[in-house]
Design a protein around this ligand. Structure first.
Ligand SMILES: Cc1cc2nc3c(=O)[nH]c(=O)nc-3n(C[C@H](O)[C@H](O)[C@H](O)COP(=O)(O)OP(=O)(O)OC[C@H]3O[C@@H](n4cnc5c(N)ncnc54)[C@H](O)[C@@H]3O)c2cc1C
Length: 395
């Protein structure tokens, strides 16, 4: 039987939409299958995603060379994607890390400085004595130093980036299908992608379903990946606070322990017409094994204890936020044991996987999508693209 499509990508998220754009530049016969964001989160019982938001931090300063490279290559292409799609998604607000000056070679900030040297990044080091006066919106602990990427950093709108990627993929001839895949089967000469009553066929399939990759029988065997809840806190800003925080960069603050790390997005306008400053942290509480538990999590407003903790950190760090209305929302992050994304074939030479964002992949999604597309087209990812580090592990 002749397959209808050459390639099917499952998951119209950050990586899948990027993969579809790249593949559709090189070949005909690509399809991108995935549901749109649910309009009614609380009434939706299907799959969700990790990108239902208006802002994600983008930067190249990173403790890992592969992640830094993926981010830099993606940043190189933001302007072209914006121009060709007519959809703006990138704000060059800069990105500041505030943390204790690194002492050991293995400290994250030391490794990030080494990666910056390797990649030739422009990162300004700011002494603890100068940090406060440079960023007066904050009340930093006196021992914190700054590591500031003024250019080629800031934030992207993940919804808008996906829209741009999908628009360009469709413009190149890719077929977009609004559906949730309920199973995938290697039928010997081709792959069957089943969406309820409908069956789509392809020569090869790339599963890019984010935190939902191990559900719905998308893979022959599940990947070794942990799906963990994350709570996001939103401060609704009035004109006064919007003015105070309006010029801040995207900011990541390292506390004494990993549990105290927070990331903060500058004020961003949301679809409800209001302006919010958003923050989140890295607290590890549990992971999800069952789809129904992830769905229940998305029906919540996140974890109330985590919300209180983040709000306390926020108001200590940014006293002008005190008294503003605070809300929270749920999200999920997918962690691999290697801390690198998975981009490789499964037990079937016709079914590949692209997932494992490790809480940092939004900014780099265009390059990760490109690598997923290279894998389908060429059958492998070269070592110059970190190929062996991206090999998926299975359970
Ligand atoms: C709270 C939070 C904050 C974050 N902040 C940042 C940040 O500041 N900077 C950064 O770079 N990264 C950040 N990230 C990480 C980033 O958002 C993720 O790494 C990224 O979204 C992962 O992309 P993905 O394509 O793998 O998954 P997703 O974007 O989640 O896309 C997966 C897609 O698959 C679809 N899907 C699932 N199951 C099926 C199915 N059965 N059939 C069809 N389609 C299916 C879903 O509908 C979804 O659209 C953050 C993540 C969270 C949770």
């Amino acid at each position: 039987m002749a397959a209808r499509f050459k390639y099917i990508i499952i998951g119209r998220g950050m990586m899948g939409a990027a993969a579809a754009r790249h593949l559709s530049q090189w070949t005909d016969g690509a399809a991108l299958i995935g549901p749109p964001e649910p309009e009614d989160r609380l009434g939706h019982d299907g799959v969700f995603a990790s990108h239902y938001d208006e802002a994600r931090i983008t930067r190249t300063f990173d403790g890992d060379l592969a992640w830094g490279t993926f981010a830099a290559r993606s940043l190189d292409r933001y302007a072209a994607i914006e121009e060709e799609s007519g959809i703006r998604f990138y704000t060059e607000a800069g990105c500041l890390f505030a943390g204790p000056e690194p002492k050991r070679p293995t400290d994250y900030l030391r490794r990030a400085l080494d990666v910056s040297d390797t990649l030739g990044l422009e990162v300004e080091e700011i002494a603890p004595s100068d940090l406060q006066s440079r960023f007066p919106q904050f009340s930093f602990a006196p021992h914190l130093a700054g590591f500031y990427e003024h250019r080629r950093a800031g934030h992207i709108n993940p919804r808008a980036l996906i829209k741009a990627q999908a628009k360009l993929a469709a413009g190149n001839g890719a077929t977009l299908i609004d559906a949730t895949v309920t199973s995938v089967r290697d039928a010997g000469s081709h792959v069957e992608v089943i969406c309820g009553d409908e069956i789509h066929t392809a020569e090869k399939v790339l599963v890019a379903a984010g935190a939902f990759t191990n559900f719905n029988g998308l893979l022959p065997r599940p990947v070794d990946m942990r799906v963990a809840p994350r709570t996001v806190v939103f401060y609704e800003l009035g004109d006064r606070e919007a003015a105070i925080f309006g010029s801040m960069p995207s900011t990541i603050v390292f506390g004494e322990t990993d549990e105290d790390h927070v990331y903060i997005l500058p004020p961003v306008g949301y679809p409800d017409g209001r302006t919010y400053l958003k923050l989140g942290g890295d607290t590890e509480s549990r992971s999800f094994e069952r789809l129904e538990d992830i769905v229940s999590w998305f029906h919540s407003e996140g974890d109330s204890v985590e919300r209180e903790k983040l709000a306390a950190i926020a108001e200590k760090l940014m006293p002008a936020l005190a008294g503003r209305p605070v809300t929270s929302a749920p999200c999920v992050a997918s962690f691999t044991p290697s801390s690198h994304p998975y981009i490789g074939y499964t037990q079937s030479r016709r079914i590949a996987v692209l997932t494992g964002g490790n809480f940092v992949a939004a900014k780099s999604s265009d390059e990760l999508g490109r690598l997923g597309a290279v894998l389908l087209r060429d059958g492998e990812i070269p070592e110059s693209d970190f190929g062996s580090r991206l090999a998926p592990a299975f359970r």
